[in-house]
Ligand binder design. Sequence first.
Ligand SMILES: NC(=O)C1=CN([C@@H]2O[C@H](COP(=O)(O)OP(=O)(O)OC[C@H]3O[C@@H](n4cnc5c(N)ncnc54)[C@H](O)[C@@H]3O)[C@@H](O)[C@H]2O)[C@H](O)CC1
Ligand SMILES: [K+]
Length: 475
Amino acid sequence: MITGERMAAVDENAAALGVSQKQLMESSGNAVARAVREVAEPDSSVAVVAGRGNNGGDAFVAVRFLEKYDVTTLLLGRADRIGTDIARENWTALQNAGYDTQEVTDSSEFDLPDCDVVVDAMLGTGISGDLREPAATAAEAINAADATVVAVDVPSGFDADGGEVADNAVEADRVVTFHDTKPGLAELEAELAVADIGIPAAAERDVGPGDISLARPDGREGRPYVIGGGPYTGAPALASQAALRAGAELAFVAAPESVAGEIQGYAEDLIVQPYENEILTPDVAEDLLETAEEYDNVVVIGPGLGTDDETLEATRGFLSSYSGTAVVDADALEVVPEIETDATLVCTPNRGELARMGGPDTDDLAAVADEIESFAAELGHLVLAKGENDVITDGERTRVSRSGTVGMKVGGTGDTLAGIVAALLEGAEPMDAAAAGAQVNGLAGERLAERHEHGYLASELLGELPAVLWGGDDE
Ligand SMILES: NC(=O)C1=CN([C@@H]2O[C@H](COP(=O)(O)OP(=O)(O)OC[C@H]3O[C@@H](n4cnc5c(N)ncnc54)[C@H](O)[C@@H]3O)[C@@H](O)[C@H]2O)[C@H](O)CC1
Ligand SMILES: [K+]
């Protein structure tokens, strides 16, 4: 099962692996033609009703595989308004090759020919809400027609993310969906076929550009709250700055007053909130818990906290009572296996921390991804295990992020990762935020390594994050 928006991410990953959208469209269209042949008689007439997106594009491909039938293709809208190159190229091929096509620019012009089969290629996973004109009029005519209706990917008007069906949606007899079923499809009356369209497994398993598109904040959102510092001051400063660079609106740091000034000194952009103590104690943790619950923040707990018994007790208490989302990093990780909590925890252990938590003890994390998945299932929380390749798993789904370079084995890169994940968690599901966060942190390192193989600093990753997340002119 995959949602429409995650399907788009997988498509983007496939393209990055070298399997282009146009190749996928050719496979999709071929699958649609196969379904039509299954319901059509040799002399059947077929009406293709196509939208201006890639859903329509799939049907333009299908037409080339239905030469034996009497096929008419109706495009809802003007050809020069077709929304993607690959759909337009397939429309133009039909024009050049003399296929029977019509542009319907106004609902009143829409006249569904008498036919045995209708291919519903108006809207797929790119839609939102009830059908707008002329799709609405077309859907009404399709539903009223005495023909077998074959829907491309999903019936037009079906929401592939949540499974809702628009009131004026097409009622299909058959649905040919691509790669994997979508939420709610199996509940429809229609006969469902899931067509393999040649997407490599790596496009789903390995984290890629599609995952960054999916988790990228569109604008400033979120106010991560970093609870760190004590013996160390660099870690919380790096984590909170990384959160700002990855899209957070504000970044708070709660730290002992003895080091708060030092942390503030790293960056005026941070909002450092000192607490009276040399270290994090249980009663301080209770105050911070109140603040965290009040502001509905994503919390990052651990960077620079140290392993003093009282601090660990405080961390145990905080995480047991907290009910929001927390990135747990560094020394705070050791309390996670010991506690019960309603919080959503995203644990970011390195190889040693993973082993100490009870996970597999090996350098090659990708090779033991299944074991890490079982460990996360048992732990009951999401694990982002950091290594040369990072393994991200919630105990059911497991991804591998292969970005990064050997030069990133330098102090602080785990802190920037924690901050990036916290920022992405403000607007994305935990698995998506953790996978994209791991990928983004690594890509920032790759950008630095293009200039010098070694010798760069975790603090230099910060300046690379906006380009990795939002692109922009590279110097
Ligand atoms: N891996 C795969 O699954 C592949 C799927 N393919 C096909 O691509 C479509 C998604 O295409 P996309 O261009 O994103 O959007 P759509 O074609 O679904 O529709 C967008 C189109 O419709 C207009 N629109 C949006 N909302 C409405 C509305 N409520 N009423 C009327 N019109 C609406 C919008 O303006 C756009 O023009 C997927 O379903 C598959 O069929 C790829 O071809 C190959 C890989
Ligand atoms: K459709």
